[in-house]
Write a protein that binds this ligand. Structure first.
Ligand SMILES: [Zn+2]
Length: 606
């Protein structure tokens, strides 16, 4: 009951019936109503782009099985918004992948990373569809792609078949088979719809694909942030939330779809902070209908980074950071900071909608005053030798003693305090801010330890040997595992490195070459004639791989997530019954080289 919220009486009588509130809400919701009614703002009043397309052209679902989504358009992923839908393939590979429209295959990609094996299909009406993480392409496309790889001698391929090589298909034709290639976290089909001219991805659930969904979005947690602290508030709550000083808000919002338990993203969200007298303090709205690869990594400014970076929860800021260039927001730009006087109340309303039109609305009451409960401190104190620099949108540099930091313009999405603290052993340093997203790396130049320095900082009895000056990397550790490694080149008696985000970094030398072994047992040869090796490198990572038979270059398929590299027998570069001198050479990013060499004979019939 509202009375339990200990609300000023005036607030209860005035709200929600005051003229200002109604006006405010009308303006506020009209932005999204306008969008949902017509699909996209630029379109005709009556039909969405998908509806117009389907009236004139064939449209087929890209899989023949019922559509179950393990990911939807616009959900937060790594450092970007997800630009398509992830369709479940019953946990396995090899399901036929069908052309959604008629058209021409305009791009063929094979890569160990990202989309893996992917096809781009240019259809009518400037519509492009993309099919990623495939296991194999249809035979004619596969044959052409393998030929292109041999011509270019490349580990991957990104090519546009044209002229006599062009592949034309009808809607429903088999383009290839589903797989788990590239950066896929398990077998599925990543399906994307784009405007061919702008290359902007469009929301496939906005009229293109039919997906029944009766589950409304969840808005489970409100995050409040003051200048130096932050706290989570589970909602719904009947408690008034006390907040002291200037604050801004973020909301966890996600959706579940019928038939799947995984968490997906919401399609739109609107929020407003409204005073007791009905006047608006700020409002904020976004809709994930169309994205833009050019600014897609500004997702880091959209997400509430302190929680996103640590817990990977779909928490959206209810304000726009200065450097955020995304075009997904309504007309009201707000910086989000607000302050409530002691005892003053305000309503924070939040409304999320999924692609099927299910809506969830939540409201919490905030009151100015000393906060209850324990708020988590955003950053800790700095230690000895710390350098601290204020970073605005301009480029700059700052130096002190043994270190110099320099940063390009727009390094952060808002003003930030850059800090650098060395450890006593002079082989580690902590860099902040850790609670803000870094848009560009900061260049660190740090004096390379000289023998006398190593001697005094390690407390050794005698001066040690000079440290070797090659093959250094700076690594960011997550527990015992290396999360990120960047090269640290030694020149002019200093390490030079591009540090991409905050945390504790360790200086290490990578002197170990990559590991190359038969994947399963003594021989890389497996049933069917493929040859499979295990390939891995610690610290700096694999930089290049080359496979040759009797000195001739042979295509190999590298799957870094499974540490697997494969020669596919269907390439036909071996002669059964004949001895081949097989050499696999792998190098890591600092130049350590491993060579695996063995005479191999394929049995007859393979
Ligand atoms: Zn995907």
């Amino acid at each position: 009951m509202p009375a339990a919220r200990r609300f000023p009486a005036s607030f209860l009588t005035k709200s929600p019936l005051s003229i200002e509130v109604i006006l405010f809400n009308t303006l506020f919701f009209s932005f999204l109503i306008g969008v949902s009614a017509s699909g996209l703002m630029a379109q005709s009043e009556t039909l969405s782009r998908a509806e117009r397309f389907k009236k004139q052209h064939d449209w087929k679902a890209p899989l023949g099985v019922p559509l179950l989504l393990s990911g939807n358009f616009g959900e937060l992923r790594g450092n970007h918004f997800h630009t398509g839908v992830d369709l479940k393939t019953m946990g396995r590979e090899g399901l036929p992948v069908l052309a959604a429209t008629e058209g021409r295959v305009s791009r063929v990609k094979m890569s160990p990373w990202g989309y893996g094996n992917a096809l781009y299909l240019e259809g009518p009406d400037d519509l492009l569809t993309v099919y990623a993480h495939l296991g194999a392409f249809a035979p004619d496309i596969q044959g052409w792609a393998v030929d292109q790889s041999y011509k270019g001698r490349t580990l991957g391929l990104d090519a546009a078949p044209s002229g006599e090589d062009a592949f034309w298909v009808k809607a429903g034709d088999t383009l290839g088979w589903s797989g788990n290639s590239g950066g896929s976290g398990g077998p599925h089909l990543h399906f994307e719809i784009r405007d061919a001219t702008t290359q902007h991805p469009l929301n496939p659930l906005s009229g293109w694909m039919d997906k029944a969904d009766g589950i409304p979005p969840s808005l489970p947690v409100l995050w409040l942030e003051t200048q130096d602290r932050l706290q989570a508030f589970p909602i719904p709550t009947t408690d008034t939330i006390r907040v002291d000083g200037t604050f801004r808000a973020s909301m966890e919002a996600f959706d579940r779809l019928d038939g799947a338990s995984n968490i997906c993203g919401v399609r739109s969200l609107e929020a407003a902070l409204i005073r007791a007298d009905g006047t608006g303090i700020w409002r904020h709205q976004f809709v994930l209908e169309e994205l833009d690869f050019g600014v897609n990594k500004d997702m880091n400014a959209h997400a509430f980074y302190p929680v996103w970076s640590r817990q990977r929860k779909q928490v959206h800021r209810l304000h726009r950071l200065e450097g955020n260039r995304l075009a997904i927001y309504g007309p009201d730009r707000n910086e989000g900071w607000a302050v409530l006087g002691h005892g003053e109340c305000a309503r924070l309303i939040c409304r999320a909608e999924d692609a099927a039109g299910n809506v969830t609305e939540r409201e919490v009451i905030l009151q100015g005053g000393a906060p209850k409960g324990v708020w988590e401190k955003k950053s800790s104190a700095f230690g000895a030798g710390t350098i601290v620099a204020k970073v605005t949108s301009a480029s700059g540099q700052s130096s002190q003693g043994e270190v110099e930091l320099s940063w390009p313009a727009q390094s952060f999405f808002e003003e930030a305090q850059l800090s650098w603290t060395p450890s006593l052993d002079a082989l580690r340093f902590a860099m902040g801010p850790a609670e803000k997203a870094w848009r560009k790396p900061v260049h660190v130049e740090w004096a390379f330890p000289q023998p006398s320095g190593v001697w005094s900082t390690t407390g050794a009895m005698f001066p040690s040997e000079p440290l070797a000056a090659d093959r250094w990397v700076a690594v960011l550790m997550k527990g015992d595992a290396v999360e990120t490694a960047v090269l640290a080149e030694v020149k002019d008696l200093a390490w030079h490195m591009e540090i991409p985000n905050g945390g504790t970094w360790e200086m290490r030398r990578d002197t170990v070459p990559p590991k190359v072994l038969p994947f399963y047992s003594g021989t890389p040869l497996v049933k069917g004639g493929d040859a499979v090796w295990y390939l891995d490198d610690d610290l700096s990572g694999i930089e290049s791989v080359e496979l040759t038979f009797d000195g001739h270059w042979v295509r190999s398929v590298w799957d870094p997530k499974r540490n697997m590299i494969t020669y596919e027998a269907s390439d036909g570069r071996h002669v059964p019954g004949q001895v081949h001198d097989v050499v696999l050479v792998a190098s890591d990013a600092v130049g350590n080289v491993q060579e695996w060499r063995r005479p191999m004979t394929w049995p007859e019939g393979h």
